[in-house]
Design a protein around this ligand. Structure first.
Ligand SMILES: *Cc1c(COP(=O)(O)O)cnc(C)c1O
Length: 244
């Protein structure tokens, strides 16, 4: 098989897994968007995934995205939706609204303010998700959400921060994102996904606006994430193979 054929077969497998997870949990597969994470992979591989029906791609580094997105867009020559899924340093925020149609990794009010300013400067409204550090891992980005169900201070801080982000003029807060801890079996990630889904419902009540998206699930755990309500899954290796 050629690389393009491999990628097409992988996309097919992932779609079947998503459908199976939807079947098990009584969900509609149309409510789950596959975001193919193309970091460290070439525009040609991106084009192969696009030919196999993928319309959403994720990148996690600004420099890499700046070099690659224009090339991939030119190759494909059709509308593609680009998702920024990695941590953004404040000084790189200026590049984001030109390159991406959705940001999954808003993890501070300060970053949100910058993104809003730069989006406003080019007259767009940028859809964003708020990244949550559900498991409270020191090395992970995201608003601190460990023990939000029992720690009223943690919960109130989340409400306050998201409410302020939502008031920024050029950002549209559309949901939550998380990365589950690395575990040996996918089932062990389930409590984190359940917690994010529950947090979404609680926040919708507190904030009085809707948070339609839950971005959760990667190669090792996406079937579980879909069962728990993911609307966006971010899948790299299962589509493009390993990254060198
Ligand atoms: C790399 C990455 C993914 C995809 O990871 P895979 O294990 O290759 O599926 C998803 N989300 C984020 C934030 C990533 O950085």
């Amino acid at each position: 098989m050629t690389t393009a054929e491999h990628i097409a077969a992988n996309v097919e497998k992932v779609r079947l897994q998503i459908s199976a997870a939807c079947e098990r949990s009584g969900r509609n597969p149309d409510d789950v968007t596959l975001v193919a994470v193309s970091k460290k992979h070439s525009p040609a591989s991106i084009q192969a995934a696009w030919t196999a029906g993928v319309q959403h791609f994720g990148e996690n580094r600004v420099e890499e995205a700046e070099a690659k997105i224009p090339v991939a867009n030119a190759l494909i020559d059709q509308p593609v939706t680009w998702h920024m899924i990695g941590h953004i340093q404040s000084r790189k925020a200026r590049y984001i609204p030109h390159l991406f149609q959705m940001v999954h990794s808003v993890d501070s009010l300060k970053l949100a303010q910058k993104l809003s300013n730069y989006a406003q400067a080019i007259a767009i409204n940028l859809p964003v998700l708020i990244q949550m550090n559900i498991a409270g891992e020191a090395q992970k980005s995201g608003l601190w959400a460990k023990d939000w169900q029992v720690d009223a201070t943690v919960y109130q801080q989340l409400v306050d921060t998201i409410s302020q982000i939502n008031q920024l003029p050029s950002l549209m807060v559309q949901g939550l994102m998380t990365m589950a801890p690395i575990v040996s079996i996918p089932e062990q990630a389930r409590p984190v996904f359940t917690s994010l889904a529950t947090l979404r419902l609680r926040l919708e009540q507190s904030l009085e606006f809707s948070l339609p998206h839950l971005s959760m699930g990667m190669t090792d755990d996406y079937p579980v994430a879909v069962e728990e309500g993911a609307t966006l899954v971010r899948i790299g290796r299962a589509i493009f193979g390993s990254r060198v």
